[in-house]
Write a protein that binds this ligand. Structure first.
Ligand SMILES: *[C@@H]1O[C@H](CO)[C@@H](O)[C@H](O)[C@H]1NC(C)=O
Length: 280
């Protein structure tokens, strides 16, 4: 009898241990990111974190912004992906192109924390634009659409120009993240779309069923996997990079498809969560 009981207890302990191992293997659902050891808990990146904080922007105190009407179409909810037609007015889009004009420089990518140019990954030019009132109002519109999430700030804006064969290979926007700081969301905005190609492709996201989407996504014969949002002047594709537990959404892997004729000019608006950070 006693040996039988001992056997049952061992079984209970074993089942408990095996469950704990499985729980950790599946990524410990329910625990915020960064509690388990791993690439997300990067305390050693303090200088990079400081540089990031210095790139965050804040509105001037007396900033007044005009109303702007846009059309919102929710594409999916997890991750949240929204197509925003008319995110920028024609005038705003044209203005951003104009103020980029004398500032273009070759785009870079980060390879293991080192900034490099690599045309096989990213072939485009970028411009750091001045933060005039139009630009500051766009920054504020991006926060307003998200409902002013706490301790979340806009990163300094750069425009991007893609000539023929310009592209950006598949990547995530959430690469650098930790429990206390991460790029929570992305707006991919099209400023000028006098081009063929140049859409934004999400290979892991299914095409929509309803043909109404064909105004905003590629519906014809295409070799693209998944869904490709069309570049449309003034429109934006918005998406969240993390789930509620702070884990990066693998489905947000995306690419800027090659431009096959003409030129595409885009604008990325990234929102950065920085725990404990206050407006300076
Ligand atoms: C891209 O095209 C513009 C003109 O549309 C040109 O001024 C610029 O030099 C081109 N950039 C590259 C990298 O070829």
């Amino acid at each position: 009898m006693s040996s039988g009981q001992g056997f049952r207890w061992r079984t209970v302990v074993e089942v408990g241990l095996i469950s704990a191992v499985i729980y950790i293997l599946i990524g410990a659902p329910g625990l915020p990111a960064g509690i388990l050891p791993g690439p997300s808990a990067k305390e050693k990146d303090a200088p990079a974190a400081q540089a990031k904080i210095e790139s965050l922007v804040y509105p001037e105190k007396d900033l007044r912004c005009p109303e702007n009407e846009y059309d919102i179409h929710v594409f999916s909810t997890a991750p949240l992906i929204v197509y925003i037609d008319g995110f920028l007015s024609d005038n705003e889009a044209g203005h951003l192109v104009d103020i980029s004009d004398d500032k273009w420089q070759v785009s870079t990518v980060f390879n293991e924390g080192v900034e490099v140019t690599d045309a096989s990954v990213r072939k485009s030019e970028k411009a750091l634009i001045e933060r005039d009132d139009v630009v500051q109002c766009i920054e504020q519109r991006a926060l307003s659409i998200q409902g002013w999430p706490k301790e979340t700030f806009i990163e300094r804006l750069w425009t991007q120009r893609y000539n023929v064969s310009g592209h950006y290979a598949l990547h995530y926007d959430w690469a650098t993240s930790s429990k206390s700081s991460r790029r929570v969301s992305t707006f991919m905005v099209y400023l000028s779309a006098d081009c063929e190609g140049g859409g934004t492709n999400f290979p892991k996201i299914q095409k929509p069923d309803d043909a109404k989407w064909c105004e905003y996504v590629e519906c014809g014969e295409t070799r693209d996997e998944g869904v490709t949002f069309k570049s449309r002047k003034g429109a934006a594709v918005f998406w969240t990079n993390f789930d509620a537990d702070g884990r990066g959404y693998k489905e947000t892997i995306h690419a800027g498809m090659p431009v096959t004729s003409g030129t595409k000019i885009g604008l990325n608006i990234w929102s950065w969560y920085q725990a404990g950070h206050r407006v300076g």
